[in-house]
Design a protein around this ligand. Structure first.
Ligand code: SF4
Length: 438
């Protein structure tokens, strides 16, 4: 008699790095014959992959665990917040197990204990690209774990450890599998993409019968040869990044860089202990744009970091006007348990943070509106994400999924998700573009 297939519920919180962890766990479980349950009540056990980056994220993680406990009761907790097992057990003493980030084996072991595995892992039970939580046409490609930097507001290095890069051939084989499975856009992620391979001393590995160095430029160049869109996230403005700009200008990788600048004032950057804090960044951006005029930059900033003065903040606003970034996200500084910034003098009052946040967003909106307005009249390629009765939602080379804007194709229902089509841009606001085909 056939045993019923055990079903796993999965709740995935946090950043794209956590999403990739979820994908790995689900891929392994699917390979072992488990099914995924669409709701709590049909699941034999629920895995909650948590985020522990900010206190608000921890709160959200606790709420998600509480919901899974109330709705199902058989819960395994994993992810960044999992390092605080005592805090989780204090609220939910009956969770089946708690594991930290990247502990795939441990999570899978706990799932086996909660609901016996139907198979040994026969990899031919799953599609070659694994189980992915993103739509079929784009995928995150994680090239390393951990981080060697010591930013004062961040506890990721203590959660995830020092930089551990994947061998270049390993990354490339995954990228090839994804492309062969129909992925049209690869989103390269890590904690510090520009540091890729430093820990491996740029060791070579064999890809397509040739040695390939585990180094930022070589990896980006190899990814650019696969014939799919390649988008780079979490890059810092180091001099060696200059070398990929010609690849962007030649159309081999997307003219897009996601650089979490976090601030512009040298004093604040130093206090934040940010990588590349000493670089003359505006000068570097100017040179990058000379090589690749189409370059789109997206970034995030923190306002109200301890010790940030009105002068520092004014410096940041002026910098934003000069830098002409296409997209900007902004956070109001908050203490994170365990971060060294908590002990810094000069905490900024909440109302000042609020006011600076509003001023930054207002300043940037004007910049983004001007940057996007320059795109009206251009004919560009876009990738379609979704189609409904009223038209299609697409993105340009300048827009990453989830975090940036859209290109709306009003009334165009003749395209399908994953299609790359040529459109003429007719209208823009500070976030989105509108275009028509043909
Ligand atoms: S670069 Fe800084 S903010 Fe990013 S993960 Fe490393 S320590 Fe954290």
């Amino acid at each position: 008699m056939n045993r019923p297939v055990p079903k796993i519920g999965f709740v995935s919180l946090g950043c794209p790095k956590a999403l990739v962890d979820s994908e790995r766990i689900l891929t392994r479980l699917r390979a072992e014959g488990y099914a995924t349950a669409p709701s709590y009540d049909g699941a034999d056990v629920v895995v909650v992959n948590t985020c522990g980056f900010l206190d608000s994220a921890k709160q959200e993680s606790l709420e998600a665990i509480g919901e899974a406990m109330a709705e199902n009761g058989r819960v395994i907790v994993t992810g960044c917040f999992g390092v605080e097992e005592a805090r989780i057990r204090e609220r939910f003493p009956d969770v089946l197990a708690v594991t930290g980030p990247q502990q795939y084996e441990a999570v899978v072991g706990h799932v086996h204990a909660a609901a016996p595995q139907p198979h040994d892992p026969f990899l031919d039970l799953v599609p070659p690209a694994g189980i992915r939580l993103t739509p079929r046409h784009y995928a995150y490609l994680k090239i390393s774990e951990g981080c060697n930097n010591t930013c004062a507001f961040c506890i990721i290095p203590s959660l995830r450890g020092r930089l551990a890069s994947r061998p270049a051939a390993d990354v490339m084989r995954e990228a090839e599998r994804l492309a062969a499975a129909g992925v049209k856009e690869l989103l390269v992620i890590s904690q510090d993409t520009s540091a890729y391979g430093v820990d491996l001393r740029y060791a070579e590995s064999d890809w397509r019968g040739q040695p390939l160095k585990a180094r930022f430029f070589e990896l980006v160049e190899a990814l650019g040869s696969l014939g799919v869109w390649v988008r780079l996230h979490y890059v810092y403005p180091y001099p060696h990044v200059d070398a990929v700009l010609p690849l962007m200008a030649e159309g081999r990788v997307l003219p897009y860089l996601d650089i979490p600048f976090q601030h512009a004032s040298p004093r604040v950057l130093k206090a934040m202990r940010r990588p590349a804090a000493q670089e003359k960044t505006l000068e570097r951006l100017r040179r990058w744009r000379e090589i690749c005029p189409d370059l789109a930059l997206r970034s995030t900033f923190i306002v109200g970091f301890p010790g940030e003065t009105e002068e520092d903040f004014a410096f940041l606003l002026d910098w934003l006007k000069e830098a002409r970034l296409a997209r900007v996200g902004c956070f109001k500084y908050e203490d994170v348990a365990g971060a060294t910034a908590n002990d810094l003098p000069g905490q900024v009052p909440a109302e000042v943070k609020e006011e600076r946040y509003a001023r930054l967003m207002q300043t940037q909106q004007a910049v983004s509106r001007a940057v996007l307005a320059e795109r009206v009249g251009r004919t560009i390629e876009v990738i379609v994400d979704e189609v409904d009765a009223e038209g299609a939602f697409a993105r340009s080379a300048w827009d990453a999924p989830e975090i940036d804007g859209n290109v709306f194709l009003n009334g165009d229902t003749e395209v399908a998700p994953g299609d790359i089509v040529t459109v003429r841009i007719e209208h823009a606001d500070e976030y989105d573009l509108w275009g028509v085909r043909g």
